[in-house]
Structures are given as structure tokens and as C-alpha cells.
Design a protein around this ligand. Structure first.
Ligand code: ADP
Ligand code: MG
Length: 557
């Protein structure tokens, strides 16, 4: 027997899990079942793609065995299994770099934290919320030795050789005080149905079932094994067979979220390519939305077989908040990441998926504006990234994005801005380069106020970069008010003459100012853009502004 210590982060995590996530301890079961399901997916994949495993006998299943008397639960799968090395590294360290981040985000608010736990995949350790001792016996597929891992979740764990007839993993939980409520078959069935009903594999529960014996007139206990989950690839059924509840439940089981999604889009494509997609929009933006190492939310399946859940090429990066499933009939099962990157089939699915998502969002914007507001409050910014990166869908994205403005409270669409344009207004105007308060009080806006022209307030840090690349909305020029040439727009002929006169009149002053300021400015001009303030700074048409230079630097360009 060899004793090992937990990595410091694991100990830290265990402390937190045990002490702050008490409000939903039931998620331990979801986490363990999802690990088993992953392990079954991995082995199934091997039996379909790897010669050495092709003849491997494999009927995937998950078995829960309840011992009410001794307050223990066994959870077994015949999946890929773990060898000694795997046990040490998977159940003793935390490989994921996002976990440190997770630790720092824990708030102490049990409800919020238990949502986090699913997102950051600290899954296995959550079992220590309900157990004071856990034994794992595992044998890796293709190897003949089995190993036992035992821990009390405090100091560390022991590893020793063990016996197991076939490949797979068995986890034995000794329930603690808090966990004892789960030593109950009703409760277990309820929790499995709640979180794991649509896991693709059957989950069986073995327990002492009480049944009424009419002859003897008393209830009797019989050891019984029953399947508890529906185990169907629900997304393959037709929409008409599915209820809202089905969709929500599947969402929760694939994401680990406890909140309902905002909406979902379910599509079955038949024709030259056959595939099913089911996309969900989470009610709240994922916490890692703005991290370079964000977790991919869409899982790839081929013919109902899980292939991978970390393929960034399934959807463009700006749609990284989308959750769901792509299930293709045409991709090969052994499709690798390298192949995915330039695969024609995937490219077609991806292009169609993006169209579908954006079109559906546009429908919602039109037909359910209030619901759309909930969406855009969370996701306006990633859509703006799309403007920068997805040229093909720019028109649609411009319709989806919402703006702050000098004319309306809250958010407005470009279509509405366009409909409010005044007679003779040549362009749609916007201001960037600071926070909302700063922008709203900018002297640059004075002339627009005076002329009663609407100006969009773009206060997101990426706005300047993104919108400097967008010249038009439906044939109408989009112009930044802090660019020198924009003021040309504002002059009518009389004013143009006036400025020319003024410039002549002011020339000595302008020359003097220019001489004094020297290299600090490129030019000093008489302007029509100010109403009350004496002067303002603008940038030249071709030159990136100060904020933009800073952003480009931050983006490593
Ligand atoms: P995650 O599932 O997010 O990777 P977990 O803490 O739930 O994190 O599990 C850690 C790792 O332990 C898994 O990635 C997997 O490699 C291994 N593991 C856990 N349970 C099993 C199992 N039943 N069969 C095989 N491997 C498992
Ligand atoms: Mg897990």
C-alpha cells in the first residue's frame, strides 16, 4: 500500500467543497454518473476505431447498488477505467488551469458556488460532500491489473493492487451524516432522473424493493434491479415528440447548470448531409466567456456516439457561449482534431449552424423583444466580436447588436436609429473612446445636440476596433464623431462658407496655436462641431485613435 498526498490545490478545493457547497449536495451523483458516461464514451469510441479494441466485448452500462443498512452506495461502469498512474493523476491533482480561477471565484454563497462547480469540472471531489470515505477500484481497458484508491478526502489517499474481473471503474461511497439521505432508493431515483435522465447509457439501480404481499398481508423486501433513466439520445427525436421540460432537462444534464436556458434551436438536416443540431443559449453568460481558455460548450457526436467536447472549430469563437450538440451521420467516427480543422462536412455544418442561430435570434428580436433584451444584455459584446471576425454574417449581426444612444433610454437597434434619421441627415453617428459618462458629456456631442441629431454611445472597450471596420448599415454610412472628416457632414452650404470665412479670419490665431503646440498635434483647425466648448481633440481619418492603439497592444498586435 502506498500513501500519497493530495496536491495543494486539491486539499484547498476539498476544504471549500465540503464547507461551502452544502446547499445542493445531490449533484455528487450527477458528477459521478457523468464521469462514468465519459468513460463509457471513451471505450465505445475505441471499440469503433481502434483495431485492438474492435473485438472487445462491450455492452455499456452504469450500475448503482444501494446498501441502505450500511449506508453505502456503489457506482460501477464498464468504461475505459484507470490504471495506477491515472488514479494518481486524475484523482489526486487538478490538471485544469481554470481551477485556480475557479477557486478565486467562489463566493461563499452556496447556490452560486454549486453552479460553478459544474462549470469547472471539479466533479469527482464533490462526492466528499456526502461521503467520509471513498474507495475506487479500477482496471484500465486492455490491461490486466486493477488498483484500489482509498481516501477520506482530508490528507491524501492510498493506492494498492486490487481485483476486478473486467475493465471499468467501481466507486464505493461510505455516506457521512449529510449523505445518509441518499441511502434511500426513492431519493436516488429522483436525483438520477433529475440530472442524468438523458445520459446515453442505461443506469440501473439495485436495491431492496418493498412490495405488498397480498397473501401474507405484509410488505416484503426483494432485491431488485431496475433501469432508472430514459437513456435515449433525445436530440434525435422529432420536435413534436419533445416537451419544453425534455429540452430543459437535457440542457441541465449536459451543462450541469441549474438555471433554465433562455432558448434553444433544434434542427434536423436531411439532404446531401445528414445531421442534427440542438443549440441552447444559457440564461447567464458563462463565467469564462472572456478567458482565452474558455470551455467549449458544444459536444460533437457522430451517429449518436460521443466524439469530443473540446473542439473549438465547431462554432466560431464569438458564439462560444452557445451550448449543445452537433450529431453528424457523415463524419467518420475516428475524426481527429486535425481533420476537423479542414473538413468540408464540418465546415458545411458549421456555416449552416451559425446561420441558424443568428436567424433564430433575429426572429426572437422581432417577435419577443422582451425576451431578446434578456439575451442581448448578456451577449451584446460577443456579437460585436462577430462583426470583427464573421464578415459573411455582418448584416445580420448589425441587426442583432444593440446600442446606447443620446435619443433613447436603454438599448436601441440600428433599424430604429435609421427610422429616426432626420431629413437631410447623411450618416449615422457614434462616439467611442471612454466610459458612458465621459462620452455622454463629451464636447464633441454639442453640435449634434444643437442640430438634434442622434449619436450612438459606444462604451465597450472593443467598440472602437470593431466599428472602425464597419462603414455602413444598409447603405448608410456609420461615422465616428471623433474623426476629423465627420464634421464635414454637418455643414450645410451656408455654414461651409461661414467656416471658410472664419478660418481666414482666425488664421493668425490658428498659426499661433499650432506653433505653440508644436509636435503634439498634427493640425489646428476651425471647427463647426462645437457649440459651447472652445476646443476639442479629434483624430485623423486614417489614424487609429489612442484607445485603439492601446487595445491593439493589449491584443498582442
Ligand atoms: P472531469 O470529469 O471534469 O475531468 P472529475 O473530477 O469529474 O473531472 O474527474 C477527473 C478525472 O478522473 C476524469 O477526467 C477522468 O479522467 C477520471 N475519472 C473519473 N471517474 C472516472 C471513471 N468512472 N472512469 C474512468 N475515469 C474516471
Ligand atoms: Mg467529471
Amino acid at each position: 500500500m502506498s500513501k500519497r498526498e493530495f496536491q495543494t490545490e486539491v486539499s484547498q478545493l476539498l476544504q471549500l467543497i465540503i464547507h461551502s457547497l452544502y446547499s445542493h449536495p445531490e449533484i455528487f451523483l450527477r458528477e459521478l454518473i457523468s464521469n462514468s458516461s465519459d468513460a463509457l464514451d471513451k471505450l465505445r469510441y475505441l471499440t469503433l476505431t481502434d483495431e485492438t479494441f474492435k473485438s472487445f466485448p462491450f455492452t455499456p452500462r452504469i450500475d448503482l447498488e444501494l446498501d441502505e443498512e450500511n449506508k453505502t452506495l456503489t457506482l460501477a461502469d464498464n468504461g475505459i477505467g484507470m490504471n495506477e498512474e491515472d488514479l494518481v493523476s486524475h484523482l489526486g491533482t487538478i490538471a485544469r488551469s481554470g481551477t485556480k480561477n475557479f477557486l478565486s471565484q467562489l463566493s461563499g454563497d452556496a447556490k452560486k458556488d454549486s453552479n460553478l462547480i459544474g462549470q469547472f469540472g471539479v466533479g469527482f471531489y464533490s462526492a466528499f460532500m456526502v461521503a467520509d470515505k471513498i474507495e475506487v477500484v479500477s482496471r484500465k481497458a486492455g490491461e490486466d491489473k486493477a488498483w484500489r484508491w482509498i481516501s477520506d478526502g482530508k490528507t491524501g489517499f492510498d493506492i494498492s493492487p486490487a481485483e476486478r474481473d473486467t475493465a471499468g471503474t467501481t466507486i464505493l461511497l461510505h455516506f457521512n451524516e449529510e449523505g445518509k439521505v441518499y441511502a434511500n432508493s426513492w431519493r436516488l431515483q429522483e436525483v438520477v432522473k433529475k440530472y442524468s435522465n438523458h445520459i446515453a447509457f442505461p443506469i440501473f439501480l439495485t436495491y431492496d424493493k418493498s412490495e405488498w404481499n397480498a397473501e401474507e398481508k405484509k410488505s416484503e423486501k426483494t432485491r431488485t434491479t431496475e433501469q432508472v433513466n430514459a437513456a435515449s439520445a433525445l436530440w434525435r427525436r422529432s420536435k413534436s415528440e419533445l416537451t419544453d421540460e425534455d429540452y430543459k432537462e437535457l440542457y441541465k444534464s449536459i451543462t450541469g447548470e441549474s438555471q433554465d436556458p433562455l432558448f434553444w434551436f433544434h434542427t434536423k438536416a436531411e439532404g446531401s448531409l445528414e445531421y442534427t443540431t440542438l443549440f441552447y443559449i444559457p440564461a447567464k453568460a458563462p463565467l469564462d466567456l472572456y478567458q482565452a481558455e474558455y470551455k467549449v460548450g458544444v459536444k460533437l457526436y457522430v451517429k449518436r456516439v460521443f466524439i469530443m467536447d473540446d473542439a473549438k472549430e465547431l462554432l466560431p469563437q464569438y458564439l462560444r457561449f452557445v451550448r449543445g450538440i452537433i450529431d453528424s451521420e457523415d463524419l467518420p467516427l475516428n475524426v481527429s482534431r486535425e481533420i476537423l480543422q479542414q473538413n468540408r462536412i464540418l465546415t458545411t455544418i458549421r456555416t449552416a449552424s451559425v446561420k441558424k442561430i443568428l436567424t433564430e435570434l433575429k426572429n426572437i428580436a422581432t417577435n419577443q423583444p422582451e425576451k431578446y433584451l434578456e439575451f442581448i444584455t448578456e451577449y451584446n459584446r460577443p456579437l460585436k466580436e462577430g462583426l470583427h471576425n464573421d464578415y459573411a454574417n455582418r448584416e445580420t449581426l448589425l441587426d442583432l447588436i444593440r446600442f446606447k444612444s443620446t435619443k433613447v433610454e436603454g438599448l436601441t437597434s440600428l433599424a430604429d436609429v435609421k427610422s429616426r434619421m432626420k431629413d437631410g441627415q447623411k450618416s449615422i453617428y457614434y462616439i467611442t473612446g471612454g466610459n458612458e459618462g465621459l462620452l455622454r458629456t463629451s464636447p464633441l456631442l454639442e453640435i449634434y445636440k444643437k442640430k438634434d441629431l442622434e449619436v450612438l454611445i459606444l462604451d465597450d472597450d472593443i467598440d472602437e476596433i470593431v466599428f472602425s471596420g464597419v462603414d455602413k448599415y444598409e447603405e448608410i454610412d456609420l461615422k465616428a464623431v471623433n474623426k476629423a472628416s465627420t464634421s464635414e457632414d454637418l455643414k450645410d452650404d451656408a455654414e461651409a462658407e461661414q467656416t471658410a470665412d472664419k478660418t481666414k479670419e482666425l488664421q493668425p490665431l490658428l498659426d499661433k496655436l499650432k506653433a505653440t503646440l508644436g509636435d503634439q498635434v498634427k493640425d489646428v483647425r476651425a471647427s463647426v462641431r462645437l457649440a459651447d466648448s472652445p476646443s476639442c481633440i479629434v483624430s485623423d481619418e486614417e489614424e487609429p485613435s489612442l484607445q485603439m492603439l492601446q487595445m491593439l497592444r493589449a491584443m498582442g498586435q
